[in-house]
Ligand binder design. Structure first.
Ligand code: IPE
Ligand code: IPE
Ligand code: MG
Length: 261
C-alpha cells in the first residue's frame, strides 16, 4: 500500500492510525529553535527559555524511540551561535553540561547510544570530559543513536574533511562520496530522512549541509519547549505522506525496472 493511503484522516491520529503508518523515518534530525521567543512571550530571560528547551529533550527522545526511529540528531549549538552575548553562550553550555550530567545514566539504561557532532574547540575541559564519558559509556548501546550537534557547523565540517584529505595526501581519484562521508562527524550514520525545524523559520542554518541532500523537511511554528507528542505525530504523519524520489521515478504498476513504460 502506498503510504499516502495509510492515513485516512487529517486530524489528530489515533493509536490505530499511528500503527498503520508504514513509513517511519529511520533518522530524524531536529533544529531545536524558538527558545528565546518562548521565553520572551512569558517575560522570562533567554536562558530560562533554553532551560525549558532542555527539559523537553527527554520526552522527545522517548517519543521518537517509541515510534521506532533508530537515529535522532538534535542541533543544540551552531558555530555561529558563538556570536551571541557571552552570558547566553555561557548559560547554554552550562545547561548542556547539566543535561549530560542528569540524563546520561537514564539514557544508558534505556539503551541509547550518545554521539557528539561538532568540535571541542572553545569548550571547557569539564564539558569535553563529560561528553567523552557519556559517549564512552553508551558506545555499545543499540536501541537508538542520539547525536548531539553542538559547536557544529555544516560548512566547517566540510572544510575539515577537505583539510584532512589534503593532509593525508588522498589520491584525487580515490575521493568519492563514500570516502568523503566517512570523514564527516556523522560517519556511520545514515543521512537524515526527516529534518524538523521548530520556531517557524524555513532554513537550515548551517545544519547537516552535506547529509541533507535528500532529506524531507518539516517546519512547525511551535517553539521548541512546546514541541510535544502531538507535534511529533504531525511531523511523522507528514513524512509518511511524502513521496521520495531521489531524482528517479516512482515505481508504479505501469513501471518496469524503475523506468516508466
Ligand atoms: C534555539 O533557540 C537554541 C539555540 C539556537 C541555541 P533560540 O535561542 O535561537 O531561540 P529564538 O530563535 O531566539 O526564539
Ligand atoms: C539554529 O538556530 C541553530 C540551533 C537551533 C542550534 P538559530 O536561531 O541559531 O538560527 P538562525 O540564526 O535563526 O538562522
Ligand atoms: Mg533561533
Amino acid at each position: 500500500m502506498h503510504p499516502r493511503n495509510a492515513i485516512k484522516k487529517q486530524g489528530a491520529a489515533s493509536q490505530e492510525d499511528m500503527a498503520s503508518i508504514s513509513t517511519v523515518p529511520q533518522h530524524v534530525a531536529i533544529i531545536m529553535d524558538g527558545n528565546g521567543r518562548w521565553a520572551k512571550q512569558r517575560g522570562l530571560s533567554r536562558v530560562e527559555g533554553h532551560r525549558a528547551g532542555t527539559e523537553n529533550i527527554r520526552r522527545v527522545i522517548d517519543a521518537f524511540a517509541g515510534r521506532g526511529v533508530k537515529y535522532l540528531t538534535l542541533y543544540a549549538f551552531s558555530t555561529e551561535n558563538w556570536s551571541r552575548p557571552r552570558s547566553e553562550v555561557n548559560g547554554l553550555f552550562r545547561l548542556l553540561g547539566q543535561v549530560i550530567q542528569r540524563e546520561t545514566r537514564a539514557l544508558h539504561e534505556r539503551g541509547v547510544h550518545i554521539r557528539h557532532l561538532g568540535t571541542t574547540d572553545g569548550l571547557s575541559s569539564h564539558l569535553v570530559r563529560q561528553v567523552k564519558e557519556a559517549v564512552e559509556l553508551t558506545r555499545h548501546n543499540t536501541n537508538i543513536t542520539l547525536s548531539l550537534a553542538f559547536n557544529y557547523g555544516g560548512r566547517a565540517e566540510i572544510l575539515g574533511v577537505v583539510r584532512r584529505l589534503i593532509e593525508e595526501k588522498a589520491p584525487p581519484e580515490s575521493i568519492d562520496e563514500k570516502l568523503f562521508a566517512s570523514y564527516l562527524f556523522t560517519a556511520g550514520l545514515p543521512d537524515p530522512d526527516l529534518i524538523i525545524r521548530t520556531g517557524g523559520e524555513l532554513r537550515l542554518s548551517n545544519f547537516l549541509l552535506w547529509q541533507a541532500a535528500y532529506s524531507e523537511y518539516y517546519a512547525t511554528p511551535t517553539y521548541w519547549p512546546d514541541f510535544d507528542e502531538e507535534e511529533i505525530e504531525d511531523a511523522i504523519r507528514a513524512y509518511s505522506q511524502r513521496q521520495r524520489r531521489f531524482g528517479g521515478l516512482v515505481p508504479t504498476a505501469k513501471c518496469k525496472g524503475g523506468v516508466a513504460a
